[in-house]
Write a protein that binds this ligand. Sequence first.
Ligand code: NAI
Length: 281
Amino acid sequence: MMKVGVIGAGTMGSGICQVLAQSGHQVYLVEQNAEFLNKGLARIEKGYDRNVKKERMTEEEKNAAMANITGIEGVSNLPGDLDLVIEAVVEELDVKKEVFKELDQVCDSKTILATNTSALSISEIAVVTGRPDKVVGMHFFNPVPVMKLVEVIRGAVTSDETFNFVKELAESLGKTPVEVKEAPGFVVNRILIPMINEAAYILMEGIASAEDIDKAMKLGANHPIGPLALADLIGLDVCLSIMETLYTEFGDPKYRPCPLLRKMVRANQLGRKTGQGFFSY
Ligand code: NAI
């Protein structure tokens, strides 16, 4: 079993921690302060409770999984002898760079550093460390305990050893990894987020209601969830920031973010996490 650090206990970090601890790994979950940490731990426990209720795990297994998790305030308080760290803080390059600089100092030289970024450059994050060959993208999908895919992303100088380590870990967690070379949005978000952005344009232009846009894509394209409900699940702030990255990186107007998406993010209508997005929760 491995010792793994998870940085950030938000939507993704808590899901990643939940899956790792359940598989018997020792997880060190890092947040900025006790309040956010406790929120994350409560979310993880709720996830296990749901599994117990559905008889997917026993109460003993839940307790064992919870006992595998150590909450930590601040990256500098992590133990150094970790096999892997998975970073899942906010999707902002400067914040991630700061975290990786600190991780590079705190962690042993053997520790592999992975980022769960949705669209940022792995190479640009890796370059702030003294071990760019040990930096890799490990992109989980929301909700982590349910979604099977992990995009394993090679930065410019990610070594085969690092790539294979993360690929094999993903498989051992019951996930299906796909190999992706670094490029804006990787595979899934390069296709998915412009589709969500287009749905926001259709809503803004008054062409169809939110309910009907989602109904149309569910029944007409056989999608299990409509694009607007999916945006609420992902978080409108995350969607906007991926769109901004695609727009800036490719410089192609087809990626321009929808003004309605921007307006809703400014109004803190971020989807499920704030109770209001394209739909109310
Ligand atoms: P979130 O906003 O729910 O959680 C981020 C957490 O990181 C917050 O709790 C924040 O307090 C914490 N944080 C910020 N700076 C920190 C630091 N220096 N040290 C420790 N903790 C810190 O965000 P979410 O949705 O979990 O996204 C995290 C990452 O995962 C982003 O890069 C995002 O693009 C990516 N992602 C998000 C998906 C989604 O559907 N929400 C899907 C796949 C990837």
